[in-house]
Write a protein that binds this ligand. Structure first.
Ligand code: ZN
Length: 285
């Protein structure tokens, strides 16, 4: 488990992300408004799975697709009330291909993309909140959302992770994927089934969206922060790129992101290997 990098390391990690952004993403960046042009007013919310894609692992009791849609709709309500323009990649129990979700996100300028998922694992004890990002510009959004969601949840903090999920890799706007807990964990599953907890998740994600410009690497590590100062969250590079590869070509990293989970699993610690099976499927596509 690699949580616990120093703040300095976090900053370095943030910059190393930039050096590994794939050429396609870089090209997209040049066509975008600079991040300091003002707060984004459009939030594209992506409820994971849907339709025949139930999400989670085979035999899982709680359908992930229903939990993700409910949280997404609650998030839509919170953000709309706060004045944001909200676009949903799905607003009912339908299957939407990942490429379509990405196309929807990329059709809005000055927008951000937030994917809602829940985790699952064969080991029922696996639990916690984790937040994923891919491009450097997505790190502040991931950090802010994770700060609020993990901070407001009774679950373990599994950290902010960089990983090449399709929906994160292919979007040209700041994009984050939140895993709101393990539905296969009895305690976290019970939370997820609670209306009030799903509302809280939506509220915390919205707080992260509002606070994304306030992420700073200079705050103390005490965990105490105001709305004006959100500490950069613990960051785990789940791509498992070695130090030599880290400074090497972007292409090698891209291949790494696309490699199958079996290969990745061999070099991963326990926590990593528990990551959502469906998420890994997404990553491979
Ligand atoms: Zn999922």
């Amino acid at each position: 488990m690699k949580i616990g990098f120093s703040q300095l390391r976090l900053v370095i990690a943030g910059f190393s992300v930039a050096s590994m952004v794939c050429p396609a993403s870089r090209a997209a960046q040049t066509n975008r408004d600079p991040q300091n042009s003002g707060p984004s007013t459009t939030v594209v919310i992506d409820a994971g799975h849907g339709g025949f894609d139930r999400g989670g692992i085979p035999g899982q009791r709680i359908p992930e697709k229903e939990m993700t849609l409910d949280v997404a709709q609650r998030l839509k309500g919170v953000l709309t009330a706060a004045g944001y323009r909200v676009v949903m990649t799905r607003d009912s129990d339908v299957f939407v291909p990942l490429a379509t979700r990405v196309a929807i996100a990329n059709s809005y300028r000055n927008a951000i993309f937030v994917c809602i998922h829940f985790n699952s694992a064969k080991r029922v004890g696996a639990g916690g909140i984790e937040t994923y990002f891919y491009s450097r510009e997505s790190l502040p959004l991931a950090s802010a959302i994770h700060y609020y969601v993990a901070g407001g949840a009774p679950s373990a903090n599994r950290g902010v992770r960089r990983r090449g999920f399709y929906v994160l890799r292919k979007t040209g706007i700041p994009a984050v994927l939140v895993e709101c807990g393990f539905l296969t964990n009895p305690t976290e599953g019970a939370y997820a089934e609670s209306t009030s907890y799903r509302q809280k998740l939506a509220t915390e994600i919205a707080a992260g969206i509002r606070g994304r410009f306030s992420v700073t690497s200079t705050s103390s590590r005490t965990g105490v922060a105001t709305d004006e100062s959100i500490p950069l969250q613990s960051y785990i590079d789940q791509t498992k790129v070695s130090s030599s590869e880290r400074s090497g070509s972007k292409r090698s990293h891209k291949r790494s992101s696309r490699s199958k989970s079996s290969k990745k699993k061999k070099s991963s610690k326990t926590l990593d290997s528990e990551a959502s099976a469906t998420a890994r499927k997404q990553e491979a596509e």
